[in-house]
Write a protein that binds this ligand. Structure first.
Ligand SMILES: CC(C)(COP(=O)(O)OP(=O)(O)OC[C@H]1O[C@@H](n2cnc3c(N)ncnc32)[C@H](O)[C@@H]1OP(=O)(O)O)[C@@H](O)C(=O)NCCC(=O)NCCS
Length: 207
């Protein structure tokens, strides 16, 4: 694993003004690929890897060994754990959290405002309500996750699901609107990318 500073490819921008008072900070290793824009006020751990045209706004706190796919937007004021893979074309708004060893498939949309441009007094009072994705969750491609939903540890969200309700740990979340079912035995193993094998012991917990 490299201890060199993160590689900032030509055409990537770091410390775009407007994100926060402090410059962004990155752990060693990793790469920001051409077209990535990171605002001020971002904190990331070691080995962050972005695809092209990724936008990360201020107040994003990102763990170690995180991959963010091309055209994905992290809209700031959110936390991402360690060993997280976010695929191409996802939208992650403010006030949400993602745990450790999570997979988010392509074109997944998270939301944080249940009644956009309606009921603004309640919105002012309660603020945006993002989703919370616990450790070891897998989310298939093309899902929409409604505001404030909590997806419990180890759950699997099937491709195309529209998740409108909390899912307890070890759920299969499937359909539109999504049904919550017990997770089949074959989907109960812990998430493990091939690239994590040297970094997480076989019996390693998600911390
Ligand atoms: C949910 C999932 C794990 C089920 O896979 P599986 O266990 O092999 O299940 P099967 O394909 O045998 O399908 C079982 C039933 O569920 C239905 N089903 C499967 N996936 C579904 C989905 N995403 N939404 C709704 N129904 C689904 C099938 O139509 C089938 O219904 P039937 O019994 O009435 O014919 C899988 O379909 C899925 O969504 N994986 C995520 C893929 C993905 O997005 N990857 C991202 C990286 S590219």
């Amino acid at each position: 694993m490299s201890d060199a500073p993160i590689e900032i490819q030509e055409g990537a921008i770091v410390d775009q003004p407007g994100g926060g008072p402090e410059p962004s900070r990155f752990g060693p290793g990793g790469v920001l690929r051409r077209g990535t824009i990171v605002y001020t006020g971002v904190t990331a751990g070691r080995n962050l890897q972005t695809g092209h045209h990724v936008t990360i706004r201020g107040g994003a706190v990102i763990g170690d060994h995180v991959v963010i796919g091309t055209n994905t937007v992290l809209d700031g004021l959110l936390t991402i754990g360690d060993f997280v893979k976010i695929e191409t074309g996802c939208y992650l708004p403010t006030h949400m959290s993602v745990g450790n060893r999570v997979f988010i498939g392509p074109c997944v949309t998270f939301t944080n405002d249940r009644y956009p441009l309606k009921m603004r007094d309640a919105y002012l009072r309660d603020g945006p309500q993002g989703a919370h994705v616990e450790d070891l969750v897998t989310i298939g491609g093309g899902c929409t996750i409604c505001p404030g939903v909590r997806i419990g540890r180890g759950s699997f969200v099937a491709a195309g699901a529209i998740v409108t309700r909390d899912a307890p740990p070890m759920s299969l979340v499937i359909g539109a609107p999504a049904r919550i079912e017990p997770l089949p035995d074959r989907l109960r193993e812990d998430n493990m990318a091939l690239s994590w094998r040297d970094l997480i012991p076989a019996d390693g917990d998600a911390q």
